[in-house]
Design a protein around this ligand. Sequence first.
Ligand code: PXG
Length: 467
Amino acid sequence: MNPSPFLPGTEPALYDTAALQALDSAHYLHPFTDFKSLSATGSRFIVRGEGIYIWDSNGNKIIDGMSGLWNVNLGYRRVELADAAYRQMLELPFYNSFFQTSNIPAAKLAASIAGVAPDHMRRVFYCNSGSEANDTIVRMVRRYWDLKNQPQRKTIISRHNAYHGSTVAGASLSGMSGMHAQGDLPIPGIVHIGQPYHFENGAGMTPEAFGLHAAGWLEEKILELGPEKVAAFIGEPVQGAGGVIIPPSTYWPEIQRICDHYGILLISDEVICGFGRLGSWFGCQHFGTRPDLIAFAKGVTSGYFPLGGVIIGDRVADVLIESGGEFNHGFTYSGHPVGCALALENIRILQEEGVVDQVRTETAPHLARQFHKLADHPIVAITEALGMVAGLVLAPSPQTRFDPADEVGMICRRHCFENGVIMRAVGDRMIIAPPLVISPQQIDEMIALIRRCLDLTHVELRARGLI
Ligand code: PXG
């Protein structure tokens, strides 16, 4: 009997990496990539995964400190997840949910998600990704206000440096200037306020005072636009792609108060935070907000299948349902039976193995303790951690910052990759989001590798005269 939940495998095969790179560069345009420069360097091929580890085509074993792309929460090679998909593929690989039909996994999963969501959220609308979830939300929010006879309430307020996806509406909701610059975004009716990044924007203020101050930017924007024109506010509980920006504890309660005061909808984009990442089922439960809509994707299937959706609170669902009339929106693969069967199994494992509680009570506190020890490193200005996400700022000294043009994050990221750990660089922030199943011993192994890579980065920055 194999005690590990991961399917045992043979040693990974070695591949002809150069041939794979040639193939890749001849035909495959990658997302968020400078095509020209990638074709000059060649891609790194990941060929296999097991637990928290992945292997590249040259046989290197690497700790996946980013859970794939914030999504492989149960780790790689979970046999039950693969089995659930296989069994459903044989039983019913596809049927649509359009013309008054349904399928068993889709209906069961909606109930299962309602069971872990906040009490007032009992309905689920499916799509295939986080971007589509947020596109769905834009349409749903506007439909809600139309049905409430307040069609002038169109504007959705988001934040700079937010990430809500890459479709036209998702990229518009996102607060990334580089994305807006391509394709004349944002679309009308989406505006942005500042992010609650204390280290960068809160000089001279305690985190608590800054949290209230940053939430106040929402109220200022509502008053500037006219409260009767504002439909909703959207935010990630912790900004992920923006660099693991963990807001002060005062921020979200004040945002909730402002939304309640002006009657505007609160949207929690839980594509990263949902399904246990912060040690709670959803980030809103950790921060104490009561959203009207939740966007989810990624961790719902631990990344084994593309599936996303929207969880809808009673305030919105009651109006959408009671008013009657068709909601003219949906996708071929809304409620895909294979993705839903896999997600059901994923949630069953999270529940039966107590993964979320284990993160909250055991592994996240351990990660925080170990990660904060990196703060003594000469090129680390601050460290922050919450649940299974953490970030640090690379800086020449606590009072100064590197020149963004020197791309120190990319230097550090390269050392990480070459030394067996994946960390993501966002400007001068180095971030991690390891699988929720990482053990305390594996956390120690990961932190030791990160320290080594910080040392190597330090040496390289000195050699380049950047310190
Ligand atoms: N909302 C949030 C909060 C996300 O993090 C999306 C929506 C869009 O999801 P899809 O499934 O459409 O990609 C995301 C996705 C990064 C990175 O570099 C992060 C994401 C996607 C790609 C890269 O950190 N998050």
